[in-house]
Ligand binder design. Structure first.
Ligand code: C6P
Length: 409
């Protein structure tokens, strides 16, 4: 079992004070902090190996290419893909989901249906609205139970032979709800639909096995799992990536270019047009190593222990409205809430004055916030990661009591 107490020392940013209080960083669903090992990898790459990949024959170019491609293999193993041909580097989840929604335009017909859940992030919603607009397909939504979980009866009623794509988040960035994407994939396939999983909030927090999930596409971001911004991954089943046309064109992705047309190179490079985020990918490799050393089951267990500790204390604060599943086992390390009639921006500002970073707003999930009829269309959100501990939980709870008393809620 890793020592989660000393692990905080790996993160230089966490040793600072904010507003004269030791920083308590609880905005991990937005982005995580980076350990020394990842920062060092970035510096080492630029200091010793920087060159463009797949182009040169000189030593640095070959070194950079080898390091970049080695990360593809690390990511393959981390998410349980069958082949590195199925691992595409992207800028992040948003890019991955946009690519899939572009692939969808290659097959969608008027009247076809795209099934989403109402808890989707805008990145797994707006690209589908646009794909529907371009093809005459229709976007439908699965709604929720009282407990903030997907309504499986609604899902089964709406998943029909008209459904061509089902695209669902594995963990909600607002409710923390963990969705049964494996079971949904089986249902989708039984109706001949493709299954797309938004893994932005799951990959950093739990073991992922895309082959076992049997999803067709799976997207996630490096920056939510200790890596830099601007690097992410789209997994796709090999036969589908062979079938779909690329959506970005230019250098790196071609086989041969004629005056009138071009042919594409093989997977996975067929989809990776232009100079990629080489340093970001290599640093993602360091993040994957860091998490693998801890073990994703241990990461998950740590966050569950924090949730089990903090949720009863938060629920005990009078006037607290906490959104999402009541049972902790059904949620990830995300707690969205409102405190009485205080605006969540005021709550987040009051917490910041006490050194605590949380997010407040609609969390890029406006249809969900509307559906839940959350007052003022916003909520505050505390989200946990490996370097958070029970002391961080206590500080959050104390600061919320102080905020409540200060505003007289
Ligand atoms: N959610 C949050 O604070 P990008 O921005 O491409 O790395 O990830 C987009 C995205 C997609 N799906 C889910 C479920 C997400 O949570 C996010 C990012 C952040 O909740 C920033 S809005």
């Amino acid at each position: 079992m890793p020592d989660f107490q000393t692990l905080k020392n790996d993160f230089p940013i966490l040793s600072q004070s904010v507003n004269d209080e030791p920083l308590v960083y609880l905005d991990n669903a937005a982005t995580t902090q980076k350990p020394q090992q990842v920062l060092q990898q970035l510096t080492d790459y630029y200091a010793t190996s920087n060159a463009n990949v797949h182009r040169g024959v000189h030593t640095l170019a070959e070194r950079a290419t080898a390091q970049y491609e080695a990360v593809r293999e690390k990511v393959r193993a981390f998410i349980g893909a069958t082949s590195t041909r199925e691992v595409l580097f992207t800028r992040g989840t948003t890019t991955g989901l946009n690519w899939v929604a572009q692939f969808a335009r290659q097959v969608l017909q008027p009247g076809d249906e795209i099934l989403l859940s109402i808890m989707e992030h805008h990145s797994n919603l707006v690209p589908w609205q646009e794909a529907a607009k371009a093809t005459g397909a229709v976007v439908r939504f699965v709604y929720l139970t009282e407990n903030g979980e997907l309504d499986s009866a609604d899902l089964r009623a709406k998943l029909t032979d008209k459904t061509k794509f089902v695209s669902i988040t594995q963990v909600s960035n607002v409710l923390g709800t963990v969705n049964p994407v494996k079971e949904i994939a089986a249902l989708a396939h039984a109706h001949g639909a493709y299954m797309v999983v938004d893994g932005a909030q799951s990959t950093p927090h739990m073991a992922i096995d895309v082959a076992a999930l049997d999803c067709d596409f799976f997207a996630f971001s490096g920056h939510k799992m200790l890596a830099p911004t601007g690097i992410g991954v789209l997994y796709g089943k090999e036969e589908l990536l062979e079938k779909f046309e690329p959506v970005e064109f230019g250098g790196e992705m071609i086989d041969f270019v004629y005056e009138s047309h071009a042919t594409w190179t093989e997977l996975p490079w067929k989809f990776e047009a232009g100079t990629p985020n080489i340093a970001g990918a290599i640093a993602l490799g360091a993040a994957v190593d860091y998490l693998s050393e801890i073990g994703m089951d241990a990461v998950h267990a740590h966050e569950q222990a924090l949730l089990d500790y903090v949720l009863p204390k938060l629920r005990a604060i009078p006037g607290m409205a906490i959104y999402g599943p009541k049972k902790n086992a059904a949620r990830g390390g995300v707690v969205s809430f409102n405190l009485g009639n205080l605006h969540p921006h005021d709550v987040a500002t009051a917490l910041d004055m006490q050194g605590i970073a949380v997010r407040a707003g609609h969390h890029c999930a406006q249809p969900l916030i509307q559906y839940l009829k959350i007052p003022v269309g916003a909520c505050a959100r505390a989200s946990f990661y490996i370097y958070n501990d029970f002391a961080d939980c206590d500080k959050l709870v104390e600061a919320l009591w102080a905020t409540k008393d200060y505003f007289g809620v």
